[in-house]
Design a protein. Structure first.
Lengths: 235, 235
DNA sequence: TGCATTCCTTGACGTGCATCAAGTCCGGTA
DNA sequence: TACCGGACTTGATGCACGTCAAGGAATGCA
């Protein structure tokens, strides 16, 4: 039996997609994985490339973003240890729709799509979880698409509202929400640029919806936030 | 054994999602379905509503679109007989992200999500097909999101390029492509309005990329189309 | 032939946003 | 303390696009 790095096995074990898989098949998956270490800044997957493998982050963080022909970029997500990189691209067998870049030095375990399918064929609980996960992603992306119909302040309001459900903490002065990234990254995630994001924050501040304190936002009027965002968040 | 309308059974049998399922389980699925006839214009599913069931169109066509708070709408797709309505919403168990409206008189077979999961648990080929389908949808939506970073002429170019791969026919004067819907519908599908779409067509015409002849477009310079669209189409 | 309806195009105008260009506010370092 | 660089803000400008409004152009019907 081949040696498997314990951190690799643990990262694969922790991955949501096959969280209900038996230890035995996870072990087999880990044996089939190709493990690679990459320095900060390395391009782990390029958009347009055939998606044959799906990556699990073992150590570090990776940023998923799309680069347009004119050089502008749009951030999708930042993936940490135990999470998977563009699983949908690998499972669909099409091409990567985005770039993946190491934002810290990373270790990635690459799993070939046919191994993933072998696992799924064997354990129907896993198949169900994967289906539910992908379906959620579809719903989320759908509401992202419709979100682009509204202006930046509304998209920001929606983001803050959803984020407050996750990490908001009540304080006497209001709901405190940490945005968890730099404002430049947030701007990119909302499909805009830092200047416009700054103006959107200023506007919400002037309407006394919130106060900005560095990377944390003090929401004074959650109702206004929900009203402005007026979208349907998932589950 | 309960009576099953033959057209209902056939529509369910034709559905891509379980195309490799055995006749036996499809039969059971059909038995569990709730069949309803609705007049043209009826709202079949409302955005925000809990997605407990997935619909199969048996007769007619249904339009899937998102309505924003300000009244503007965005078309996602038009679903015909044998295709499913918002399957991802039902499988994820979240809320419908869009409205579904009957664009002709329709017959819909509604299947509860737990029936769909029962089928999936039983036939692993079906599970795999569903996963691949959903994963494709994720990739497609991802490139839809990134598409919103480009302007309307580019989005139109990308649409025409992809469409030409499906229905384009070569003629002496160029590649003839039928857009397959009214220009108002196309505008909505591209996330814009008819006026702007019209100007986008005019611009491509002025750059001698194409000629417009009603609902069919004569592409004179496919390369320019691909260059302008410069996206990655799926599989 | 005339009329109505639907679909599409063109023009004029206002606005939201990206871009470029200065600042301002920090934390780190010597 | 002084200095520096990155993160953020603010202002000025131009452009793409949505909106309102006014025509065509094609089709169906009497």
């Amino acid at each position: 039996m081949t040696y498997i790095r314990p951190d690799v096995l643990e990262a694969i074990r922790r991955c949501r997609l096959w969280r209900r898989a038996s230890d035995e098949v996870v072990q087999r998956l880990a044996e089939s994985a190709t493990v690679r270490d990459e320095p900060r800044g390395a391009l782990l997957a390029a958009q347009g490339e055939a998606a044959e493998r799906l990556g699990i982050v073992v150590v570090g963080k990776a940023r998923v973003y799309h680069a347009a022909a004119d050089g502008r970029t749009m951030a999708f997500e930042t993936v940490s240890a135990g999470e998977s990189l563009l699983p949908a691209a690998a499972l669909s067998g099409s091409r990567y729709p985005a770039n993946v870049e190491a934002s810290t030095p990373v270790t990635i375990a690459w799993i070939h799509r046919k191994e993933a399918f072998a696992l799924i064929a064997q354990e129907s609980d896993v198949a169900r979880d994967v289906i539910v996960d992908l379906a959620h992603k579809v719903v989320e992306l759908t509401s992202m698409v419709t979100g682009f119909a509204s202006d930046v302040p509304s998209r920001l309001a929606r983001f803050l509202f959803n984020r407050s459900l996750e990490v908001g903490t009540a304080t006497p002065a209001g709901l405190s929400v940490d945005i968890g990234m730099t404002k430049a990254e947030l701007a990119s995630a909302l499909g805009t640029v830092p200047e416009t994001l700054s103006r959107a924050f200023a506007r919400l501040r002037d309407d006394s919806v919130l106060e900005v304190r560095g990377r944390t936002v003090l929401v004074k009027d959650v109702g206004a936030l929900a009203r402005l965002g007026s979208g349907y968040e998932e589950s």
